[in-house]
Write a protein that binds this ligand. Structure first.
Ligand SMILES: [Fe+2]
Ligand SMILES: [Fe+2]
Length: 174
């Protein structure tokens, strides 16, 4: 952080932007795979449709991030992508055994982190004068806000949420 305050050079912003885009690229893979399991494991038709739509958003984000990375002459981080593929695949399967609540809760918590990640990326893009990227990334952040709202509304009034919040620090203000 001190580095950021003292020397916000273009090179610094570029490095940060590429790093966030690389992490987000692999994070979207884990999210998409997790949602692929989540909607298939859901019982309610409306939930299956909603979560499937969210899954498609994540695939779209991932494809756009890859394009951006190529344009920035950068590449995804292979080990990170492999790791997130494993994480996503494990969650895919876990959704069939974990019941209704847990996938909803952790999806909301994960989406919240994604919003911050994209806001930070948009800041670095703006600092580099890459306004077209800034706009695209802001649209992504807005989409993640919608995703987070969806899952938040699912769990907000559930009896387990106060307990989960005390452990995982995500849930409605009391
Ligand atoms: Fe996403
Ligand atoms: Fe999302």
């Amino acid at each position: 952080m001190a580095d950021f305050v003292n020397s916000p050079t273009p090179e610094y912003h570029r490095k940060q932007l590429v790093h966030i885009l690389q992490m987000a690229y692999s994070g979207e893979l884990a999210a998409a795979l997790a949602y692929a399991g989540h909607w298939r494991a859901a019982w309610k038709r409306s939930e299956r449709q909603d979560i499937h739509r969210i899954e498609l958003d994540e695939w779209h984000h991932r494809a756009s991030l890859l394009k951006m990375l190529h344009e920035l002459e950068a590449k995804p981080v292979a080990w990170r992508d492999l790791m997130m593929r494993s994480v996503g695949s494990i969650i895919f399967l876990a959704c069939f055994f974990s019941g209704w609540y847990m996938p909803m809760y952790f999806a909301g918590r994960l989406e919240k982190a994604n919003i911050h990640e994209y806001e930070e990326a948009a800041f670095h893009a703006r600092s580099l004068g890459l306004s077209q990227y800034e706009e695209i990334i802001k649209v992504f952040a807005q989409k993640e806000i919608e995703h987070e709202q969806y899952f938040f509304n699912m769990i907000a009034n559930h009896w387990l949420t106060p307990l989960m919040k005390s452990v995982f620090h995500y849930g409605p203000e009391s």
